[in-house]
Design a protein around this ligand. Structure first.
Ligand SMILES: *Cc1c(COP(=O)(O)O)cnc(C)c1O
Length: 331
C-alpha cells in the first residue's frame, strides 16, 4: 500500500510504499464520527503488448481533489499523487492479471480525517492511502448480461446542492439497505430517481444512458446532465460521450429524462437500449426496470446495430492497448 500523512502544523509528510497493514486510529478519529472520508476507483489493465495501462487517471486525481475540497480535507498535488500511484502499481505489477483473462487490478485511493477529537470541526490530521487488488471480469462469460433494476421513488440518492457529485463515503452507506432490498426482490441494481417527475439519475454506482428514437424520428443518446450535487461526474460517462461525439451518426444530448418518458418510449417502441457506465463494468446493459409494481422490459439492438456493445468494445480496445489512445497511460 501507499500512504502519506498530513498534519495541520507540518503539512504533508513523507510518502511511503510499504506492505499492507492494519491502521491504528484513536476511536474518536473524525472519520468514524463525521464520515470525513472520500475515495476514488480506477483500474490497471494488462495490455495485448504486456504493458500495464491505467485509464485517464488525471480525471480521477481531479475528482479526488474536488471531493477533498467539499469534505474539507487538505488539498494535494494531483500529479505528485499520480506519480506515487504509478510507483505502487509498478511494484505490484505481478498482481495485474494477464491479458485475455478479462480481469484487472482495481485501485482504491482513500483519504480520511484522523484527528482524535469529537468536536464537529475539520480534522487537523489526515491520511491518504492507496490499496489495490485483482478483480475478476464483470461479465464472467464474456457476454454482456443485461441487469434488472429496482426503481423505487421512496428512496433518493442525491439532490441539488447535496454531495452526490462527489465520491464521498457518506453517499454510499445509506444505499446499502436499498441495494439489499433490490436484491431480495430479484434485481441486481437500484435505479435512483429524483424529483416529483421521477427523473433518472444513476444506476447503483454507475451513470445512466438511454438510446432512443426521438419524436423527430432521429436516434439520440441521452444522459442526465451534470447538475451540481445530483450526478457523479463519471470518467466512463465523459469518455462514452466523447467517443459517441466522434461517430456522429446520432445526436448526443445531456438532458433530464423521467420514468414517464421511458414508459412512453417503450409503448411506442422507440426505446432502443439503456445502459449503465462506470469503471466496474465499463458498460452494463439494462434489461428490465421494476417501477410502480410494473416490469418495464428494455429491449436491446441486434449485435451489428448495438450501441452499447460498440461503446463497450471501443473502451476495451483502448484500455487493453489494442487501439493506441492517449487516454491510456502506460506505467
Ligand atoms: C464512481 C461512480 C460512477 C462512475 O464513475 P467512473 O469514473 O466512470 O468509474 C458513477 N456513479 C457513482 C455514484 C459513482 O460512485
Amino acid at each position: 500500500m501507499f500512504e502519506v500523512n498530513w498534519t495541520h502544523d507540518k503539512g504533508w509528510g513523507r510518502p511511503l510504499i510499504c506492505p499492507i497493514h492494519n491502521l491504528s486510529l484513536h476511536p474518536s478519529a473524525k472519520v468514524f464520527h463525521y464520515a470525513q472520508e472520500l475515495f476514488e476507483g480506477l483500474k490497471a489493465f494488462r495490455g495485448v503488448d504486456g504493458n500495464i495501462r491505467i485509464f485517464r487517471p488525471d480525471m480521477n486525481m481531479k475528482r479526488m481533489r474536488a471531493s477533498a475540497e467539499r469534505i474539507n480535507l487538505p488539498d494535494f498535488d494531483g500529479n505528485e499523487l499520480l506519480e506515487c500511484l504509478k510507483k505502487l502499481i509498478q511494484i505490484d505489477a505481478d498482481w495485474v492479471p494477464p491479458y485475455g483473462s478479462g480481469a484487472s487490478l482495481y485501485i482504491r485511493p482513500t483519504y480520511i480525517g484522523t484527528e482524535p477529537a469529537l468536536g464537529v470541526h475539520s480534522s487537523k490530521d489526515a491520511m491518504l492511502y492507496i490499496i489495490c487488488g485483482p478483480v475478476g471480469p464483470y461479465f464472467p462469460t464474456g457476454a454482456m448480461k443485461p441487469v434488472s433494476l429496482l426503481a423505487d421513488p421512496r428512496f433518493v440518492r442525491a439532490w441539488p446542492g447535496g454531495v452526490g457529485d462527489k465520491k464521498l463515503g457518506v453517499n454510499y452507506g445509506p444505499q446499502l439497505a436499498v441495494q439489499q432490498l433490490a436484491e431480495k426482490m430479484g434485481h441486481q441494481q437500484v435505479l435512483w430517481l429524483f424529483g416529483d417527475d421521477h427523473q433518472l439519475t444513476e444506476v447503483g454506482a454507475m451513470n445512466v444512458f438511454v438510446y432512443l428514437v426521438n419524436d423527430r424520428g432521429e436516434r439520440e443518446l441521452v444522459t442526465p446532465p451534470l447538475q451540481s450535487g445530483l450526478i457523479l461526474p463519471g470518467v466512463t460517462r465523459l469518455s462514452l460521450i466523447q467517443l459517441a461525439q466522434q461517430w456522429s451518426e446520432f445526436k448526443i444530448t445531456e438532458r433530464a429524462i423521467n420514468m414517464q418518458e421511458i414508459r412512453q418510449l417503450v409503448k411506442e417502441k422507440r426505446l432502443l437500449e439503456m445502459f449503465g457506465a462506470g469503471t466496474a463494468c465499463s458498460v452494463c446493459p439494462i434489461g428490465r426496470i421494476h417501477y410502480k409494481n410494473e416490469d418495464i422490459i428494455v429491449p436491446g439492438l441486434p449485435e451489428q446495430e448495438s450501441l452499447q456493445l460498440r461503446l463497450y468494445k471501443t473502451l476495451q480496445d483502448i484500455q487493453y492497448g489494442i487501439v493506441p489512445h492517449d487516454w491510456s497511460v502506460i506505467i
